[in-house]
Design a protein around this ligand. Structure first.
Ligand SMILES: Nc1ncnc2c1ncn2[C@@H]1O[C@H](COP(=O)(O)OP(=O)(O)OP(=O)(O)O)[C@@H](O)[C@H]1O
Length: 311
């Protein structure tokens, strides 16, 4: 077995058609153990269908899935996977604690009551454990869904739009939660339209468009070079040379931009600022700028559209 196939997720050549509608034309992807991978793409790109095929909830027309080094349909693999579906609904007559207990029982997993309570606390529902889910707001139900996905300490968590119902604080909580999972070595596959949040937590991105992988890579690979924006006064020839030594320089009046390599060394910017000050430059502002993931996503999707729709 290759290293790829023992990854958290290894999927090759996935296809799915609904009558005349091709939902997924050809998708291969890998999520390494402990990696956070984001699935991005416009509405209808096939993200949820890919996720459902990974989980065996939709039968692919073609393709192969391995989860945690086992065939995707192997119950031993599925037992180690946590899933938050895009459309979640829990039994309104049960309390939050009962919903968790039910899922643990259905999965046949021995999770003690104290651990289940810790899990509710992790998603901010500790004080609502005894309340009926029917009285929960949508955001609280989504938090409960996260608890259901996490309760059995999975090695892989698949979250389909985990913050769609959450307020800004809730979104920040989920961001922290994903980072906590990553620290614990849990692999996370995240489908979200909230690109700013994706950018903060993910290691790698796969962009789907019309059922195919339009681009994939680390943020560094996808976003390329970074840019340093400065507002400077009294820039003499020596200072200009110093800026040019850091990267390609352009300026308009007192506003300068220096194109830095994709992953600049940590000392690059402080050293530059120190040298500029020593050369008599007055430094008013220094801000790192970089093309955002959103800008990159839009440019990839627009280029794809220009290439024509061949379906
Ligand atoms: N059960 C189904 N029956 C028929 N068509 C379907 C079904 N599920 C998905 N599709 C179609 O497959 C395509 C991909 O849908 P999918 O839900 O995977 O997209 P998505 O990228 O998750 O979209 P969104 O961001 O809007 O959630 C769409 O054209 C959709 O209409």
């Amino acid at each position: 077995m290759t290293g790829g196939q023992s990854a958290a997720v290894w999927a090759s050549g996935l296809r799915k058609r609904y009558r005349r509608q091709v939902a997924v034309a050809d998708v291969s992807l890998t999520v390494a153990r402990g990696e956070v991978l984001a699935l991005l793409g416009p509405n209808g790109a096939g993200k949820t269908t890919v996720i459902k095929m990974l989980l065996g909830l939709v039968r692919p027309d073609a393709g192969e899935v391995m989860l945690l080094g086992r065939p995707g349909r192997d119950p031993r693999a599925r037992a180690r996977v946590g899933y938050l579906p895009e459309l979640f609904r829990y039994q309104p007559w049960l309390t939050a604690a009962e919903v968790l207990a039910l899922h643990v029982r259905l999965a046949g997993l021995p999770v003690p009551a104290a651990d289940r309570h810790d899990c509710l606390a992790l998603v901010g529902l500790a004080d609502r454990a005894g309340d009926r889910v029917g009285g929960f707001s949508k955001g609280m139900q989504q938090r409960l869904g996260l608890a259901v996905a996490l309760v059995a300490c999975p090695d892989l968590v698949i979250l389909d739009e985990p913050t769609s119902a959450l307020d800004p604080l809730g979104r920040a909580d989920v961001r922290d939660l994903v980072l906590t999972l990553k620290e614990r070595g849990v692999a996370v596959l995240l489908n979200s339209h909230l690109i700013g949040e994706v950018e903060r937590v993910c290691d790698r991105v796969v962009i789907l468009d019309r059922g195919r992988v339009a681009a994939a890579g680390t943020l560094g690979e996808l976003l390329g070079q970074s840019e340093l924006r400065l507002r400077l006064e009294d820039v003499g020839p020596l200072a200009h040379d110093r800026l040019a030594a850091a990267g390609q320089v352009s300026h308009e009046g007192d506003r300068y931009a220096v194109v830095l390599p994709a992953e600049p060394k940590p000392e690059t910017v402080p050293d530059l600022v120190r040298d500029l000050v020593e050369l008599g430059v007055r430094v008013h502002a220094v801000e790192p700028g970089r093309i955002t993931l959103e800008e990159r996503l839009l440019s990839i999707l627009r280029t794809g559209k220009e290439d024509g729709d061949h379906r």
